[in-house]
Design a protein around this ligand. Structure first.
Ligand code: RAM
Length: 524
């Protein structure tokens, strides 16, 4: 795991009130629906499920709750039958003698069973433990309706009585969640597909919907925030499903309003309690602002919007050009890393060059729509492509190499293919080699990178390989029990968590929602 915190307190940000107002005008409607638990379950060890935990139906059912008094250390797990993002409430009363002590309970929320099997006290990971969805609550008076103010992301809710008194028991009734999403299911069209792909399709739609909130969040459990790398993929998946154009606009306005005075777009922004950019910068994420704008234009031609945001896109591109040397080589800086994937175990120079070429082409296309001159950009593009072809491509290996060690990794092939540096036939040959020599992919835990690998296979015309990877990667998450697709999954090491403990991992994560986009683009 190599994603590290950045602290860049000296960076000066713009705060364009006009653009922020526009982002506000595009704030989405939040649709709310009530869901009640479908059953009560118990945790069971199950090696076939993620982290070795599954559930089985308990003898008690939700309708029996009103006659079930709970005393010290009693607990139960409510199963809502689907992944939910929303607000939880439950009515609690006491039975027996008068309530001679407060009720003390613990409420835990889990997207997967394993989260409830863990003990939060043992968590020592580098990510804040404040993300653990667990509350300790005192109630002095019963009956009461407990309505938790936070929004949670879960399928399972564990209610545990830490103490009552020997004289009375607590009774829980009418547990419910009011689910929240800005995805309008009315816009979703039915499609027909063979069974396994349809299941993958449906779960990726659900993943997307759960992440569509007031902004496109990366994960409704964590980080509950607008990250541009996730946004780019969500927007693509959104156009072929819910098609909430305003939500994409809102997110683009937010980034555009809060770039740095040098023109750099931050990797993520906060919107609560007020709009604030994060002082984290990833080279490729910044560039993807242009990509999201380009994709938006392709999906919803909107000249007025493009005119508003083009100067911000141009500032980002002009800043990025300063990182390209005379030969056409992208020279990245340590304080502005290329992300590509969480892993830092491989060299990212060539992949970074591929991303820059990919985005530069989109920027030139946008400039042409704007009627702007493009010669400066075309010159750099030519140089970058020629550097890639002459220096980075190895005719002997039939693939691209990266860094001083001349490393041949999957990310380089993928981004050079996505950037269409070579022609169709060459791309096909490159990905065919990659499949032969670099598959099965190892050491990659993000669906984000797996998305790009799969897309590169389709782009190179290797349809069967693309389908195989879709089924292998996203299909395997389903086999391990996924209701929504995860933030991290390393097929060769399924129980891997980037944080050393599943309780802070996100099991509904935007950057894994892309099968729906890939299926629409390449298979329907
Ligand atoms: C993590 C999140 C987010 C991603 C960044 C780079 O914090 O998973 O989705 O975009 O990494």
């Amino acid at each position: 795991m190599a994603f590290t915190f950045q602290i860049n307190r000296d960076v000066k940000f713009n705060h364009n009130e006009g653009l922020l107002e526009k982002s506000e005008k595009n704030r989405p409607e939040i649709f709310k629906t009530k869901v009640v638990p479908k059953r009560i379950v118990e945790l069971v060890k199950d090696e076939k499920k993620l982290n070795g935990w599954g559930v089985k139906e308990a003898d008690l059912s939700p309708v029996d709750l009103s006659s079930f008094g709970m005393r010290r250390d009693d607990s139960l797990i409510l199963d809502f039958g689907e992944h939910c993002v929303g607000r939880f409430s439950v009515n609690i009363s006491s039975v027996g003698s008068p309530m001679d002590a407060p009720l003390y309970i613990r409420v835990r929320f889990g997207e997967i069973p394993a989260e409830l099997a863990g003990d939060s006290a043992s968590y020592e990971g580098w990510l804040s433990k404040s993300w653990i969805q667990e509350e300790y609550i005192h109630l002095d008076e019963l009956p009461a309706k407990l309505s938790l103010p936070r929004r949670y992301s879960f399928r399972y809710v564990e209610l545990k009585v830490l103490d009552t008194s020997p004289k009375w028991q607590a009774v829980f009734e009418k547990p419910e969640v009011i689910k929240e999403t800005s995805a309008d299911y009315k816009n979703l069209k039915e499609i027909s597909l063979e069974e396994e792909l349809k299941k993958i399709y449906d779960v990726s739609v659900k993943t997307l919907a759960e992440c569509m909130q007031d902004v496109f969040e990366d994960g409704p459990k964590r980080d509950r925030r607008l990250w541009i790398g996730d946004l780019r993929l969500q927007a693509l998946a959104n156009y072929v499903t819910f098609d909430n154009a305003e939500l994409v606009k809102r997110c683009l306005y937010l980034f555009a309003a809060m770039n740095t005075t040098e023109g750099k777009i931050p990797a993520n922004v906060f919107v609560k309690p007020s709009c604030l950019p994060d002082d984290t910068f990833l080279f490729d994420y910044s560039l993807f602002f242009i990509s999201v704008l380009y994709d938006y234009e392709m999906a919803h031609e909107d000249m007025k919007f493009l005119k508003e945001l083009f100067p911000v896109a141009k500032a980002q591109m002009d800043f990025s050009l300063s990182m390209v040397d005379e030969e056409g080589r992208l020279v990245c800086r340590e304080e502005y890393p290329v992300f590509i994937d969480w892993s830092n175990e491989f060299n990212k120079d060539t992949a970074g060059q591929g991303v820059m070429i990919y985005v530069l082409k989109q920027f030139i296309a946008l400039s042409k729509i704007m009627g702007e001159k493009t010669d400066v950009y075309e010159t750099v593009l030519e140089k970058m492509v020629s550097y890639a072809k002459k220096i980075l491509f190895s005719p002997e290996r039939g693939m691209f190499l990266s860094g001083e060690e001349q490393e041949c990794n999957i990310a380089s092939q993928v981004w050079m293919v996505l950037a269409q540096v070579m022609n169709e036939e060459e791309n096909r040959a490159i990905m065919t080699r990659a499949v032969k020599e670099l598959f099965p992919v190892k050491g990659i835990a993000t669906p984000y990178m797996y998305h790009h690998v799969t897309e590169a296979l389709f782009e190179a015309g290797l349809k069967e390989e693309g389908i195989r990877l879709l089924k292998l990667y996203w299909g395997e998450m389903l086999r391990l029990g996924a209701d929504t697709f995860w933030e991290a999954f390393e097929p060769e090491n399924p129980n891997y968590s980037p944080y050393g403990n599943p309780i802070v991992s996100s099991y509904c994560h935007a950057w894994s929602c892309t099968p729906v986009y890939l299926i629409h683009k390449y298979l329907l």
